[in-house]
Design a protein around this ligand. Structure first.
Ligand SMILES: [Zn+2]
Length: 292
């Protein structure tokens, strides 16, 4: 990821769908935005609510997803849209939404990517800021179950390794993948990967009020033998690809490009967000035209 100009959409595009968690219908409208605007979500169904910047300062505590909130107004499940925008290097965009949760579509961000590409992506007249990692930044759980390390990398890009390992008894076997993120590799290797859940977890999620309108076609549901119920994998290692998608969406909460190498062992949204906070505490962004 070389030093580059900021980018936005050529024209507005919209779509609609159902939220995976809350089951609410919502319409999404992606609008071009000026330089240095960043990504923001605006709840147009809540009178007088302002755009909420999709930055780490606005993240609200949530289980299994990433939400942002401001003045009591919340937008849930932003991470897949954030991944699509970051993967395609769309830096400035206002997303209007008329409900509390971003639709899940098929559990991946392929439909959003197709929509954004169809809109057209245009360069703007300012350089994109970036944070280049100068020293290792680490987030770990005390028990060693989660480890997330971001390190300097010498080619100005962003590479992510994800190590998915739920243990010997999990129906999902260990998977390990490294992807150097570019718009091309993102579309080819990551955007299609769907979110997943174990069949054994579904009852508890539904008892908690989640996923009532979700079918086996809206995400991947793994049975106790590791088979996908009423669906087919798009890649043998689709789960680890989705975890990289989630990482990218969460790292985009930095609000600038990130240059470095991130090795993620079993991390989830909470640890991804903690890493973003630590990077922002220890690093400053820059726009370096000479970095080309
Ligand atoms: Zn996800």
């Amino acid at each position: 990821m070389l030093c580059r100009f900021q980018r936005t959409l050529r024209q507005p595009v919209e779509t609609q769908g159902v939220g995976l968690f809350t089951g609410t219908d919502a319409r999404l409208r992606f609008l071009p935005a000026p330089t240095d605007h960043g990504i923001a979500f605006q709840r147009i169904d809540v009178a007088g609510s302002a755009p909420i910047p999709a930055r780490i300062e606005f993240v609200a505590p949530s289980q299994r997803r990433t939400a942002i909130a401001c003045n009591g107004v919340q937008v849930e499940m932003i991470e897949h849209v954030m991944a699509a925008l970051a993967g395609l290097q769309i830096d400035n965009c206002l997303i209007e939404i008329d409900g509390p949760e971003v639709p899940g579509f098929d559990g991946s961000c392929r439909e959003i990517c197709d929509l954004l590409i169809a809109s057209g992506i245009v360069e703007q007249d300012r350089m994109r800021e970036a944070i280049s990692l100068l020293m290792p930044v680490q987030v770990s759980a005390d028990d060693g179950d989660v480890d997330l390390v971001a390190r300097p990398m010498n080619n100005n890009g962003l590479a992510i390794t994800y190590q998915l390992d739920y243990g010997d008894r999990s129906p999902i076997s260990p998977q390990n993948l490294t992807v150097e993120i570019t718009p091309e590799s993102f579309v080819r290797d990551i955007a299609f990967a769907r979110t997943f859940v174990l069949d054994s977890e579904v009852a508890a999620l539904q008892a908690a009020g989640y996923g009532r309108r979700v079918t086996h076609q809206d995400l991947l549901v793994f049975d106790a033998n590791g088979r996908v119920i009423d669906n087919e994998l798009r890649a043998p290692d689709e789960p680890v690809r989705h975890k990289i998608l989630d990482c990218l969406g969460d790292f985009a909460l930095i609000g600038t490009d990130l240059r470095g190498y991130v090795n993620a062992y079993r991390s989830g949204h909470r640890q991804n967000q903690d890493l973003v906070r630590r990077i922002l505490l220890t690093h400053q962004s820059e726009t370096r035209s000479e970095a080309i």
